[in-house]
Design a protein around this ligand. Structure first.
Ligand code: OXD
Ligand code: MN
Length: 609
């Protein structure tokens, strides 16, 4: 087969002064251009005009739809390929030099082998396309803790999303120090032949690979254009690479929301909470309290970088600039603040389209509007079992649009944490809320998180799996060493300065399969107890698994005492099974499993017997 000569030989990259200050980046980009062989190169400045230009281009190509400006100003709608709708954990690799350093919960490939494989895949992969160069900062560029990445991609949709999700453009370049950027190479993996018409959503599912090289701080992603697979600042940099950096330099990169909580007396505390994907972090981060006088403000809804501050307290910052939330289930009832955040300037992917060019998804309203087009682009039949929106359909919007954005989002240091919450989606066994006895026991609670799988990742939905610290898909090194790192972090300060650790489960069901707890705005009742307990106040009773509330503030809530009792029960028989399960799971980590957590497991066993 004859291969046409590459146009990239004759490409001149339009370097300007901002880039000329970064010869290391220029050299890397030149290498990528030569290898990927695009037809054109665009250096992104992150401006509104650039965003507008890309939106116009994709609209003209029919790849995105401009929504009705009267309903959803300056917003866009996009449909992905049906096989490119979620993170693909089976194609995600940690390529540390030693397999042991990736640990038993990550897919591992030898870095050299993976580089060779990817070298072949990326060769000429951008033919017929434009290569975009995106400088971006995770963390406010003014923060000493920011990490600067440079993503090369052939997806203009990814560029648009990166502008909302990261601090992108010249501001990131200005902050960049020599030889310190994280190179992030991404391609949808579909080169075009001369004159060939592009697909609506080009992707290459058979060859998908998302590879991380923690020791050399780089990321390569091939074949997917969706979410965490393609917006490389988010899961790849701010969690997998950052967790490795955190282990090296004494900090934590976590899959956590950060919220400010002000009591009716005007006292304010910050709380971070880790839940697996699609388990309600965005809803909790923006909660509208059902108890008078309480106020919630949102610092972040997905990722927290946590360090010990000069005063010995733990400080958390949100490295992201946007919200990439699951749309189904989001409504004026469940999360009015999220609905306000996405009322304009938003990109919607894989939701349903209304006749008057607005968006809809399951749970947005009780009754669907007539004549919807579903996420596959077909007229939707409301009587069919098929969903109009994909369960992992998403909205992308700047976090600045959140009406309850906490002013301390702009703090370069982050916010001091009073409490850390872990949680999962479990039908039984795990009570509504309990508190750890101390930091070490709290680390044990984090290591014990398990949850039903959701559609945020490709695969079976609803199966309970262990997801320690809600980091199973996001930890960039050996999870056993990660447990030790958490234990070490607890020794960096005095116990009185450590955030208190809690575990919650909003998802218990009764025998008929009905949720016992109303959740959403009523979760403030649990937060109130956590708020009190984080200052060693409030009621509690000691149980084998931790401190449980004797009561919660249920004023104004119609909940039967029978259900309340069930929500706060520790059933020894179920817990014995839970512990057996955990003991079996922890053997996976062999000698990387910390002794202190073995002691915690034995202690729990003893208390239950
Ligand atoms: C996400 C996820 O997109 O966790 O935040 O999958
Ligand atoms: Mn997430």
């Amino acid at each position: 087969m004859e291969v046409a000569p590459s146009k990239s030989e004759s490409i001149s990259i339009p370097w300007n002064n901002a880039w000329l200050k970064h010869p290391d980046v220029m050299k890397w980009v030149e290498k990528m251009v030569k290898h990927c062989e695009p037809d054109m190169v665009h250096l992104c400045d992150g401006s509104a005009a650039e965003y507008e230009g890309l939106a116009n281009y994709l609209t003209a190509e029919g790849k995105i739809v401009r929504l009705n400006p009267e309903k959803r100003p300056h917003s866009f709608y996009c449909r992905s390929h049906p096989d490119d709708v979620a993170r693909v954990e089976e194609c995600t690799f940690i390529c540390s030099k030693k397999k042991e350093d990736a640990g038993p919960t990550n897919n591992w490939k030898d870095p050299e082998e993976m580089q060779n494989h990817l070298k072949d895949l990326f060769k000429g992969c951008m033919r017929g396309r434009t290569l975009y160069v995106i400088p971006f900062s995770m963390g406010l560029p003014v923060s000493a803790f920011a990490q600067i990445g440079v993503q090369v991609t052939d997806s203009p949709y990814v560029v648009m999303n990166m502008r909302l999700m990261t601090h992108m453009g010249s501001q990131a370049l200005e902050k960049l120090k020599p030889n310190s950027f994280v190179p992030c190479l991404h391609s949808v993996g579909v080169p075009l032949k001369e004159g060939e018409k592009d697909k609506m959503w080009p992707c290459n599912p058979e060859k998908r690979v998302i590879a991380h090289f923690p020791e050399e701080k780089s990321i390569l992603s091939f074949g997917s254009g969706y979410g965490g697979n393609a917006l490389l600042g988010k899961k790849c940099l701010a969690l997998r690479i950052a967790s490795y950096l955190g282990k090296q330099h004494g900090w934590l990169a976590e899959h956590m929301l950060i919220m400010g909580l002000t009591s009716p007396k005007g006292e304010k505390k910050y709380i971070a909470a880790a839940f697996p994907s699609a388990c309600g972090k965005t809803n909790l981060a923006m909660l509208t309290p059902n108890l008078p006088g309480w106020k919630v403000e949102c610092v972040g809804d997905d990722i927290a970088w946590i360090r010990v501050g000069k005063d010995g307290r733990f400080y958390a910052m949100n490295p992201e600039a946007g919200l990439f939330g699951v749309a189904p289930g989001t409504s004026m009832k469940t999360n009015p603040n999220a609905m306000a955040s996405i009322s304009k300037n938003t990109i919607f992917t894989n939701v349903a389209l209304t006749q008057d060019k607005d968006v809809w998804w399951e749970g947005m309203t009780d009754k669907p509007p007539a004549h919807l087009t579903d996420w596959l682009g077909k007229p939707w039949d409301p009587t069919s079992k098929d969903k109009a929106a994909h369960p992992n359909s998403r909205f992308t919007a700047s976090i600045r649009q959140c009406p309850i954005l906490d002013p301390a989002y702009d703090s370069a240091e982050g916010v001091p944490l009073s409490a850390i919450i872990f949680g999962g989606r479990r039908e039984h066994t795990i009570p509504l809320v309990y508190q750890s006895f101390n930091w070490q026991h709290g680390v044990f609670l984090g290591a014990s998180v398990s949850s039903e799988t959701t559609s945020a990742a490709k695969g079976v939905v609803g199966k309970v799996r262990h997801d320690p610290f809600a980091m199973l898909p996001f930890c960039g090194y050996n999870m056993g060493d990660y447990f030790s790192h958490w234990l070490e972090m607890g020794k960096k300060t005095t116990p009185d300065k450590l955030p208190k650790i809690f575990y919650v489960n909003w998802f218990q069901k009764d025998a008929q399969g009905k949720f016992l707890w109303p959740g959403f705005g009523d979760n403030i009742r649990v937060l109130e107890w956590i708020f009190e307990r984080s200052s060693d106040k409030g009621n509690f009773e000691k149980t084998p698994i931790g401190y449980l509330p004797k009561t919660l503030n249920l004023s104004g809530l119609d909940l039967s005492p029978f259900d309340m009792k069930a929500l706060l029960t520790v059933d020894p028989a179920l817990w014995k099974k839970e512990v057996e399960e955990l003991e079996e799971y922890f053997t996976l980590f062999k000698d990387h499993f910390p002794k202190a957590l073995k002691e915690e497991l034995q202690g729990l066993k003893k208390r239950l017997s």
